[in-house]
Design a binder for this molecule. Structure first.
Ligand code: PGA
Length: 255
């Protein structure tokens, strides 16, 4: 049985003080929720302060990216061990905004996953097709490439320990969610590939989240799907009430 995971990706929103105020309010909203892993992903500047604010609670912290080198002359970059020491336990890797705006490739995603796991961080690896790719009937081929190249050379144990987030690019920040059936189709395909490439045990253990315009009122139908193990939430995670509702609705959907 896979424990559902709900992660809030704050992108480039919230200063340190705003992030800490959110974390303090949010930790009491979700304090009685069990059976769901809950993660907040603030900007780098707020990782440490948010980790302190949720220390010893059921809320964990993710960074939104890491560089793959341990240290060195890489101005502006942050290493996996640095965010781990700052209190993060997870890291989002290969978000479509990083791929599209900052030129991240599957090879870079692969390096970042290795660096993250080497520093004891759980990677949340984002994959997903653009609208153009979907309309051209290329969705599954795009997912295959992103997964094959992104996870290249990892052991079955390493794959079982990471999290995949299926985020169709056309659904991110657009208000246009994939239907539960579209999400389930893509998730089942991804799990099938994991089975083929990394074995049945790994495929059963790896969590696959859905992301793209997740809101309190569509959470339950998505998370109820057999291969949807939670959500990566952007816009709706910026508000304590709506993100709290997403967490509780996902809990209800899986019991
Ligand atoms: P959204 O973003 O929920 O605002 O669509 C999701 C994401 O980018 O992870």
């Amino acid at each position: 049985m896979r424990t559902p995971l709900i992660a809030g990706n704050w992108k480039m929103y919230k200063t340190v003080s705003e992030a800490v105020a959110f974390a303090k309010e949010f930790r009491s909203v979700v304090k009685d929720v069990s059976g769901v892993d809950i993660v907040l992903a603030p900007t780098f500047t707020a990782v440490h302060a948010v980790a302190e604010a949720v220390r010893a609670t059921n809320v964990a912290v993710a960074a939104q990216d890491v560089y793959w080198e341990k240290e060195g002359a890489f101005t502006g970059e942050v290493s996996a061990s640095m965010v781990r020491e700052a209190g993060a336990e997870y890291v989002i890797i290969g978000h479509s905004e990083r791929r599209r705006l900052f030129g991240e490739t599957d090879v870079m995603v692969n390096r970042k996953i290795r660096a993250a796991q080497g520093a004891d961080l759980t990677p949340i690896v984002c994959v997903g097709e653009t609208l153009e790719e979907r309309e051209a009937g290329a969705t599954l081929a795009v997912l295959d490439r992103q997964i094959k190249d992104g996870l290249d050379g990892l052991t079955p144990e390493q794959v079982a320990a990471l999290v995949i987030a299926y985020e169709p690019v056309w659904a991110i920040g657009t208000g246009r969610t994939a239907t539960a059936a579209q999400a389930q189709d893509a998730h089942a395909h991804i799990r099938g590939r994991l089975r083929q490439w990394f074995g049945a045990d790994t495929a059963e253990q790896t969590r696959i989240l859905y992301g793209g315009s997740v809101k309190p009122d569509n959470t339950a139908e998505l998370v109820r799907e057999a291969d949807v193990d939670g959500a990566l939430v952007g816009g709706a995670s910026l508000d304590v009430k709506s993100f709290g509702e997403i967490v509780t609705k996902s809990r209800q959907a899986v019991v």
